[in-house]
Design a protein around this ligand. Sequence first.
Ligand code: DX5
Ligand code: ZN
Length: 224
Amino acid sequence: MIKIAPSILSADFCNLETEIWRIRSADWVHVDVMDGAFVPNITIGVPVVRSIRNHTDMFLDVHLMIDKPARFVKAFAQAGADMLSIHLEADHPTRIAQALQIMEDCGVKKAVALRPITSPEAILPYLEKLDMVLVMTVEPGFGGQAFMERQLDTIRRVRKLIDQFNPACDLEVDGGINPVTARRVVEAGANVLVAGSSVYGAPDIALAIESLRGAPDGDPARNC
Ligand code: DX5
Ligand code: ZN
């Protein structure tokens, strides 16, 4: 089943409670954490995740775009994240493995994320223990960028590895996802779709979420 995870990076940060309520027909809330070092942008941190947790029961999918994530995974888990994604490029492999172990000890779901430059095979040392792999379809750092076509091949290759070594693992894509690119990434093997600007920028958010799931406007199935 396809899961939709709207990114609150495109929401109004002054009204987060309302902005999360507006995406209640989605499956997960995607929270983009940026440190100004791993990516050239700064967004939100642990206290904001804790506040969000106090105001929603939705699944919190927290994407850590930070250097040396092992330093912070426990704090984000304790703040109420349900899933943490750490970038494979953000530290040495031994420290990535340590961060995943801390996540396991904290009882939070574990994901690794890949920048567009990173080879799909880089997930192999961790794959059997993962709940999800996140394939970036833009350079991490900003919402509203164009989908990178060449990442379709990465998605296909990650899907093959998941099917071979850990079929229960989710495959999430993030960046430039709209109803058109959604179809293409799902065909390539993704099953969790992050979307910021195409959801929050839409006049009808519930319809935008349904369109990402693959039920186009006018589809007779919608009227059943
Ligand atoms: C980018 C973030 C994305 C971003 C996606 O670094 O990880 O989650 O919010 O935004 P759109 O959907 O606008 O590309
Ligand atoms: Zn993200």
